[in-house]
Design a protein around this ligand. Structure first.
Ligand SMILES: [Zn+2]
Length: 261
């Protein structure tokens, strides 16, 4: 009897497939808010999801956030929550193309324009949109690099790893993890061939280093639709998919969305 109850409980969790509550820098806070009112965190809108038992605010926590008490504004209410400390490991990599570690002056305008295009996608928020957080893995392969690693490239400190790397072979299919709209595609300086998908309410996923792109800006995708093929374009040490997830403009660990898989 207990086993049946447990199975039902697990099943009901899978139906809604909220991301995992992991209140650390680079993680996600999942907080019950009772009634569905507009939620903001640090002045910016935050995703809400209704399940059978409650309404939840789903807050992306940037890697730069300070551990300690933080505050959510829900309608006129203030809800405190605690961000726990988490240490990420350091990873040293050698990049053969040194220009991809120390870009030339002539590369900087291109890099800034690409940054602007990505930031625009990350900052977009439509409270009325339905956010599909029920993710499937976008490509099959071993995880070769985890989220949040502090990175040393050719002996120099660089931004921490903002996604996970899946070491699928060149040409392996990449699919949309859930329904969404293609909001940008391009051949970016660091990220190579790149696709950005908006899943609603500030949830955006990013696919980098593709050998080919199978979508165009504006395409509406269902879960499992083709996005492109795994490759090694941009700054890489071999073929893989770099998969990034942004939630309310915080880059968070994509693995937190794959708990029900
Ligand atoms: Zn990566």
């Amino acid at each position: 009897m207990i086993r049946i109850a447990l199975a039902l409980l697990i099943l009901s969790c899978n139906v809604f497939a909220l991301p995992e509550h992991s209140p650390v820098p680079g993680g996600i806070a999942v907080i019950a808010i009772g009634i569905n009112e507009p939620v903001t965190f640090n002045g910016r809108p935050v995703m809400t999801q209704r399940t059978e038992d409650d309404v939840y605010a789903i807050i992306g926590l940037p890697l730069s956030i300070k551990p300690g008490e933080h505050e959510l504004i829900v309608g006129k209410r203030h809800i405190a929550f605690t961000v726990l400390a988490h240490e990420y490991e350091t990873q040293s990599l050698t990049i053969k193309n040194r220009r991809q570690v120390n870009p030339l002056a002539q590369d900087l305008t291109r890099i800034a324009n690409e940054r602007k295009e990505m930031d625009q996608a990350f900052l977009y928020f439509d409270r009325e949109s339905a956010a599909d957080t029920d993710f499937q893995t976008p490509t099959v392969g071993p995880q070769s690099s985890s989220f949040g690693l502090r990175r040393i490239l050719n002996g120099q400190p660089r931004n921490p790893h903002s996604g996970i790397d899946i070491a699928a072979p060149e040409g392996a299919p990449i699919v949309a993890p859930s329904a969404g709209k293609v909001v940008a595609t391009g051949d970016y300086f660091f990220n190579g061939n790149t696709v950005l998908i908006d899943h609603g309410q500030g949830l955006v996923t990013m696919y980098c280093h593709l050998s080919s792109i199978d979508v165009v800006k504006g395409d509406m995708l269902a879960a499992g639709d083709a996005v492109g093929k795994v490759g090694q374009t941009g700054r890489v040490t071999g073929p893989h998919l770099h998969w990034g997830v942004s939630l309310n403009n915080a880059r968070v660990d994509p693995a937190l969305f794959l708990q029900s898989e």
